[in-house]
Design a binder for this molecule. Structure first.
Ligand code: KIV
Length: 277
C-alpha cells in the first residue's frame, strides 16, 4: 500500500529507517516498487544520468512531468516525490503553479526543492495549501557553482550553524522531510536529533532517518563519476555492454536469430506464393 506523510513521521518516531532511491522511468520505478522501497524520488539528477547534461540546471518542468508520469505508471503503490527543477520556484506564485503541475499532471505525492531558510516563505506557501514538500539542504546541485562546486558543506562552525538554522526554518515552514546532501555525519546526526521531521541523507552518514541514492549510481549504470558516498550494489553497465557485444557478434555470425525466434507459415502457403522449388 502507498505510504503517506504520517507514515514517514511514524517511522522516524519508531526508529525505522526510510529507504529512498531515485527512479526516472517505468522499469526502474517498477523494480523499486517490487523491492518494496518506501519512497521514490524523481530527481532532477535525471538531467545528468538520463539526459546527459553536465548539471541539473537545464532540466525543465516538461522533463520532470514527462518522467514523473512514467514513474507513477511503474509504481502506482509507492510514495513519489518529484524535484522542482531549476528556477521553477523563485517566487511563491511560480512555486504554487509548478508544484501544482507536478502533483496534478505528474502524479507526484509531494515535491522537493533545494534551499535553506531564505526559501522558507515559498515552502510555507506550498505546505499551507496542502502540498507535501521535502526540503534539500547541504550540497544543493542546482546552485553548486555558488557553493564552489560539488563539495561537502557545513565543515566549519559558521556553515554548520547555518545548516542547523536552515533545518529549523524548513521544519517551521511545514516540510515533510529534509534531504541532507554531502554534509558531515556529526552535523547530520545533530540535525536529525533536533528536528521532528524525517531527514533523508545522501553522503550525510548513517544517523539520518533515511537514505537516498541515485539509482544509476548504485546499480552501476552511470560511470562518468562516482561520489564517495555511493556504494555499488550491481554493475549493470558491464553486464549490458557484454550483452550488447555478444548480440553484435551473434548477428554478424548469423547465430541470432535462431529458428525459435522465427514465425512460420505452412508449406502449402509457401507453394501458393512462390511455387514448388
Ligand atoms: O536529484 C536528485 O537525484 C537528488 C538526490 C541527489 C537527493 O536530489
Amino acid at each position: 500500500m502507498r505510504k503517506t506523510v504520517p507514515d514517514f513521521f511514524q517511522m522516524k518516531a519508531e526508529h525505522e529507517k526510510i529507504s529512498m532511491l531515485t527512479a526516472y522511468d517505468y522499469p526502474s520505478a517498477h523494480w523499486a516498487e517490487e523491492a518494496n522501497l518506501d519512497m521514490i524520488l524523481v530527481g532532477d539528477s535525471l538531467g545528468m544520468v538520463i539526459l546527459g547534461y553536465d548539471s541539473t540546471v537545464p532540466v525543465t518542468m516538461e522533463d520532470m512531468i514527462h518522467h514523473a508520469k512514467a514513474v507513477r505508471r511503474g509504481a502506482p503503490q509507492t510514495f513519489v516525490i518529484v524535484d522542482m527543477p531549476y528556477m521553477s520556484y523563485p517566487t511563491v506564485d511560480l512555486a504554487l503553479k509548478n508544484a501544482g503541475r507536478l502533483i496534478q499532471e505528474g502524479g507526484a505525492d509531494g515535491v522537493k526543492l533545494e534551499g535553506g531558510e531564505s526559501f522558507a516563505p515559498i515552502i510555507k506557501a506550498l505546505t499551507q495549501v496542502g502540498i507535501p514538500v521535502m526540503g534539500h539542504i547541504g550540497l544543493t546541485p542546482q546552485t553548486a557553482t555558488q557553493l564552489g562546486g560539488f563539495k561537502v558543506q557545513g565543515r566549519d562552525v559558521e556553515t554548520a550553524k547555518q545548516l542547523m538554522r536552515d533545518a529549523h526554518s524548513l521544519e517551521k515552514a511545514g516540510v515533510m522531510g529534509i534531504t541532507l546532501e554531502a554534509i558531515p555525519a556529526e552535523v547530520a546526526k545533530r540535525i536529525t536529533r533536533e528536528i521532528t521531521v524525517p531527514t533523508i541523507g545522501i553522503g550525510a552518514g548513517k544517523e539520518c532517518d533515511g537514505q537516498v541514492l541515485v539509482i544509476h549510481d548504485m546499480l552501476g549504470m552511470f560511470d562518468r563519476f562516482k561520489p564517495k558516498f555511493v556504494r555499488s550494489y550491481a554493475d549493470i553497465k558491464t553486464t549490458a555492454v557484454q550483452a550488447i557485444s555478444q548480440y553484435i557478434t551473434e548477428v554478424k555470425e548469423q547465430r541470432f536469430p535462431a529458428s525459435e525466434h522465427e514465425f512460420s507459415i505452412s508449406q502449402e502457403v509457401v507453394e501458393k506464393l512462390y511455387g514448388k522449388e
